[in-house]
Design a protein around this ligand. Sequence first.
Ligand SMILES: O=c1[nH]cc([C@@H]2O[C@H](COP(=O)(O)OP(=O)(O)OP(=O)(O)O)[C@@H](O)[C@H]2O)c(=O)[nH]1
Length: 631
Amino acid sequence: MVLNPVLGKLVSKRVVLASASPRRQEILTNVGLRFEVVPSWFKETLEKSSFTAPYEYAVETAKQKALEVANRMHVKHLRTPDVVIGADTIVSVDEQILEKPVDKQDAYRMLSRLNGKEHSVFTGVAIIHCHSKDNQLEMDITDFYEETKVKFSELSEELLWEYIHSGEPMDKAGGYGIQALGGMLVEYVHGDFLNVVGFPLNHFCKKLAELYYPPSKHNVQRKKYDSIPSVDTFENQSDGESESSNFTKQKGASKLDSSGTYSSEAVYASENSSGVRTGFTVPLENQNGVSQSAAKLPSKILELMDGFRASKALFVASKLKIFDHLKDKGPMKAVDIANDVGTSVCGTERLLDACASLGLLEKTPQGYSNTDSANTYLASDGKYSLHGYIIHSNDHLWPLFTNLESAVKEGSRQNHRAFGKKADDLFKDYYHSQEVKQRFMSAMHSIAHLTARDVATAFDLSQFKSACDLGGCTGALAHELVQVYPNLKVTVFDLPEVIANTSYFQPSGQHTAPVTFVSGDFFKDSLPEADLYILSRVLHDWPDEKIHVLLSKVSAVCRPGCAVLLAEMVLDDEKKNRSTALLQSLNMLVQTEGKERSGSEYQALLEQHGFTNVKIRITGNLLDVILCVKT
Ligand SMILES: O=c1[nH]cc([C@@H]2O[C@H](COP(=O)(O)OP(=O)(O)OP(=O)(O)O)[C@@H](O)[C@H]2O)c(=O)[nH]1
C-alpha cells in the first residue's frame, strides 16, 4: 500500500475484522487491507442509560465485539490473531440512541424521528493487538470514535414508507443507508461520510499512524496528525526513520534476501502517546546496511505478481480435499495428512505452510487445522461451500486465463486454445461430458448459494406471485426466493441437459414444493408465464445483439406492471473502480462472447425493450441487482 503505507504495517499480520457488516468489509477491502472476517457474537445489549454520552456506548460495544472475537479465536480455535478490529455504528437524536430497526414499524419510528432534523452518527472503533504468551492472551486495546452530523430533508409519510418497503433500512443503524437509496433523504453531511456508512477510515488511518509511528519529542511538530499525512509525509514515515521515533530497538538486525524480501525482523516495543504499550515487528536493513522501508516496497505490485501462486495453492489444497480432511478435526501433522491423501511429505508440508500463511489453515505446534472460513467455504459439503467454484476455477478458468494474452490480442474467447476444440454454442463446452457438466453446475451452485440471500432481498419482491428464473441452473436462487417470499411460485427454466441433472442439488425438506423445473432454450423456446423474470449471471455471457434477442422475447411475454430482475456484477460508469467486476469482465472475455456492464449500459439495454423505472442496488456481495418494470 504505497498511498497509505501505515496500512502496509498490517500486511504481514493476521488481521481479523470482527464484523459481519458488508459495508465495513468493503471499505477496508477497497483500500487494500487483507483480513479475515470473523463476525462477533457479542449481543448489543449494553445498558444505554449507564453511559453518559452516546459515543461511549458505541466505543464500548465496539470493544466488546472485538474482545469476544479475540478471546474466542484464542480459546476455542487455538488461533491468536495479531490484530482484531471491531466497530459499532449508532445514530443519536434527541438524546436517544438508535441502532438497527427490528422491523418495519421500528424503522418507521426511527425515520420519523430523524425527519427534517439534524442528527449525529457515531462509530466506535476498537483495535486490539493480541499476543499469546505461555498460552495466555495478552491484548493492547486502542479505541476511538468519530462523529458525523447528518440532516434529513422534510420527507412525506409516503416517501418514508416507500423507502421502508425497499428493505434497505433493516440492517442499518438509524434505519437508513446513506450510500444507497437513503442518500436521497439527506440534505447535508458534516464530517466523514464513511463514518456514517459504518467505518471512519480516515480516523482509523490516523490511529494506526499514531500507533506505528509515535511522534518523538523533537519531531512532534512535524508529525502532528491533525489529518491523514499526505503521501509525501507518509513516505517520510518509513521504518528507516526509526531513530526519530520513540520505539526501543529490542533485538537483531535483519537482511533483505536475494529475492528482495525481508529475511528476518526486529521487534520494537514502545508506549504510544496514549500510554498504551505496543509491540510491533518492523523490517530493518538490507544487505548494504541501507535502511529500507516496507512502505517503500511496491507491495501492491508484489502481491499481484504472486497472486497466481496463492490461487494455485488454494486450488491444489482444494483438489486434494485437504479442507475436507481437516474439517471438524483437531490439528493434524503434515506427515499424517500426506499419508491420508497420498502425497509427498515434503510437498504437502510446504503446501500446508503456504495455506497457513494465507490464513486458510491454522498452524500450531500440534499441527494444522481448518480456520472457520475453511470449514465454511472450503470444505466441500457446507451450504456456503465454494469448493465447486474453486475446482471450476482450476480446471476450466485457469487454462483459459493462460491464454489471456491471445484473448486480448484477438478480442475473443479462447476455448479452442485451452481445450483444443471450438464449440459453436457457448454452453456446449460445459455440457460435452457428464463430469464437466457436473463441475460447472457445482460452480454455479456455489456462487448462487453465496449470493442468493442478497439477491432475493435487494428489493421487496413480495408483490409478485410468480417468478421465472431464466437460466436458473440448480435452483439455488429459486429456493432462497421461496423461503424469503413464501407466497411466490418460482419456475426454473434452463437447458434440458441442465434440468436433467438438478436433482443432486435440491435441498431436502419441505421447501422444495413451490419450485418447478422446466426445460427449454430461452433463445428458441417459448417462455413460461410469470410476473417476474429473473436473469442472474445470464446477460454477461452474451454480446448486445443476443441480449436484444433475449430481452425482446422476455418483453413480449411480460405484461405491463410485471418486472425483470437482473443479478450481475455491475461496473461503475467510469469503469475504473470495481476491480473484482473488471477482472470478471476479463473472465468473460476468455470464455464467452459477453462482458460485464455498467448500470447505465444495463439501463439502456432494458429501456429499449420497454422496461423502465430501472433501480440498481449495489449489494456488497458478488452480485448486484437491477429491477425494472414493463410499462
Ligand atoms: O448510512 C448507513 N448507516 C449505517 C449502515 C450500517 O449499519 C450497520 C450498523 O450496525 P452495527 O454497527 O451494529 O454493525 P452490524 O452490521 O450489526 O455488524 P457487526 O457484526 O459489526 O455488529 C453497519 O453494518 C453499517 O454499515 C449503513 O450501511 N449505512
